[in-house]
Structure formats: structure tokens, C-alpha cells
Design a protein around this ligand. Structure first.
Ligand code: C5P
Length: 302
């Protein structure tokens, strides 16, 4: 058996430009990996003709496909194809990142699966892993890399942001899910109707804040162009953001395409105070206290 892990993320800054012909929008984003992680175990397939995917853990959900549409399965198939290896493996996913929450849980599954399958076949080729990751989804290369990084293009062209500091976050997950393509589509529609502002494509303030290590500075720089669209689709997200403000979070924003809301706090005590307030909100499913940056995808030894 080979096990690998990869982390969920928050986009501390997410600027969304125009959609290209492929439907993907030009992004300027600052990814930050959080200490919430997916773990993938690969074992030799019980039935090589029908390798299985199973999902367990706090966020196991019937909405996760266990067939060829599963991102971890797609990752293994893509790397098997690229390396002409085709080892039939069963995949067991331990889900600790909310599903369809805007936190890159599916992308983390794909990244962990790539690293695990690479270890299985004895492959040491970071460029091939990156290139394969980029074919699987815009956030998968970052899940491989971890840390804090600026993403441009679709979000898959990455540059590391050097930052030694640890930041404390409180995540408020939602009982609802949001489809990423629908949230991007709603933003386009709202912009066409003059109901949402144009793109913010400057990551400088967020990058400077990560480099400085000052959470107050980072709180000022938090920004997400998709927030207006996510809140339009799920108006209760505004209440969750307001609860965070009342509890004096340093800052808060919808994570990626939502509906998870991420709050930046000063320290563990502050995180606990905010968590208590958020747990009382009927719009919140779970509250998770965490920190970042977390590492990239890697094999875990037992
Ligand atoms: O690449 P991934 O499968 O994660 O993207 C999910 C969806 O999010 C895409 O199909 C697209 O609708 C939207 N998206 C986008 N522009 C990006 C990244 C994602 O429009 N840069």
C-alpha cells in the first residue's frame, strides 16, 4: 500500500478576468495551503478488471463519483497513460476537506493520487507531475506544490511566495454545495448586468502581507471577485460573513467559489472565540480551526 496526502486551500486573493474561448477565466490569485488534508491510499486492485474507488472520512458524500469521473481515478489514469504503466490500483480516499466547498478538496485528491502513483511506479519527474496535474484541473498544480503561491493563467501558472509566518484561520462550511462553473457563470452574468464590479487583478497587497507575516495586513488584502456571485446564489453567506465581523475576525472572505467562508484570526484563543459564535449560526454546518501554509502533496510513511 502507498499512502499520500495533499491539503485544501484558501484563495487569500482571487481576481477573475474575462473568460477565454475554452470557458476558463484569466485569474490572478494567491493560493494558501491549509492544514486540512485529504489522504489517498493505493492498493493493488482486488479485481484488476474493475479497480475501485472508496470514500470515507468526515466529508464522505454521495455526491462524490466513485467511477471514472472521480478526480483521484482520473489522476492515476492520466499518469498511467503518460508513463505507459497501467498498474490496476484500488483507491481509498479519506476526506477531510469539505466537498464542493471552494477549498480544493477534489484537487487535493488528484494531487495526492499523482504522488502516490508516481511512488508506486518509481517515477521521479516533477515536471511530468505538474503537467499532468494541469490537465486535471486549474487548482491541481497548486495542491501538488503547497505553501503560498501566486497563480495566473487558469490558476495553474505558479510562483512561490516566500513567507515564514503561520496564519490562523477559522473555516465555516455550509450545508449547501456550490458548483464552480455555475459561480463563474453567475459572475459573468452579474457583470453583464452591471451588478458586480470588474476584475481586481492586483495581487501585490496580498503578497506583501504574506511576506511581512502580519495577519492584520493580510486581513486588509483579502479579496475575492467570486464572492458577489457566491452570495447571490446563497444569500445566507452574507450572514456568515457578518457573524465573523461581529466576532471581530481580522478579516473574512468566501473561499474560492464557495460556499465555505474563511476567516483570518490573530491566534488560537481568537479562533476559539470566533468558532463558538459561528457554531451558533444556523447557516454554518461545521467550524474548522486551522492554520497555513501547509505543505504540498507527499507520500506518508506509516
Ligand atoms: O479546472 P477545474 O475543473 O477546477 O475548473 C472547474 C470550473 O471552474 C471550470 O469548468 C470553469 O467553469 C471554472 N473555472 C474558470 N476559470 C478558471 C478556473 C476554473 O472559469 N481559471
Amino acid at each position: 500500500m502507498i499512502r499520500a496526502t495533499a491539503h485544501g486551500k484558501v484563495n487569500a486573493m482571487l481576481g477573475v478576468g474575462e473568460a477565454g474561448d475554452d470557458g476558463y477565466h484569466d485569474l490572478v490569485t494567491v493560493f494558501h495551503a491549509l492544514n486540512v488534508r485529504e489522504t489517498i491510499a493505493l492498493t493493488e486492485a482486488d479485481d484488476p478488471a474493475n479497480p475501485k474507488v472508496t470514500v470515507a472520512g468526515p466529508y464522505a458524500s454521495s455526491s462524490i463519483p466513485c467511477d471514472d469521473r472521480n478526480l483521484a481515478r482520473k489522476a492515476v489514469s492520466a499518469l498511467a497513460q503518460a508513463t505507459d504503466t497501467h498498474v490496476p490500483v484500488d483507491i481509498a480516499i479519506d476526506k477531510n476537506v469539505p466537498v464542493a466547498g471552494g477549498m480544493g478538496g477534489g484537487s487535493a485528491d488528484a494531487a495526492a493520487a499523482l504522488v502516490a502513483y508516481a511512488a508506486w511506479i518509481g517515477l521521479d519527474d516533477p515536471q511530468l507531475l505538474h503537467d499532468t496535474a494541469a490537465t486535471l484541473g486549474a487548482d491541481v498544480p497548486f495542491a501538488l506544490m503547497g505553501g503560498t503561491a501566486i497563480g495566473t493563467g487558469r490558476g495553474d501558472e505558479l510562483a512561490t511566495v516566500m513567507s515564514d509566518a503561520q496564519f490562523h484561520w477559522v473555516l465555516a462550511t455550509s450545508a449547501s454545495e456550490l458548483s464552480t462553473p455555475n459561480v463563474y457563470g453567475r459572475l459573468d452574468q452579474m457583470r453583464a448586468e452591471g451588478r458586480a464590479p470588474g476584475p481586481t487583478l492586483d495581487a501585490e497587497a496580498a503578497v506583501a502581507a504574506f511576506v511581512s507575516g502580519d495577519p492584520h495586513q493580510l486581513a486588509e488584502a483579502l479579496h475575492n471577485d467570486l464572492e458577489a456571485a457566491a452570495c447571490d446564489m446563497l444569500p445566507q453567506l452574507r450572514e456568515v460573513l457578518e457573524t465573523g465581523r461581529e466576532a471581530e475576525a481580522l478579516g473574512g472572505l468566501v473561499s474560492g467559489s464557495g460556499p465555505t467562508v474563511a476567516f483570518l484570526v490573530e491566534d488560537d484563543t481568537h479562533a476559539l472565540d470566533l468558532a463558538v459564535m459561528l457554531e451558533a449560526s444556523t447557516s454554518v454546518r461545521n467550524v474548522v480551526r486551522t492554520s497555513g501554509p501547509a505543505s504540498g502533496a507527499h507520500v506518508v510513511e506509516d
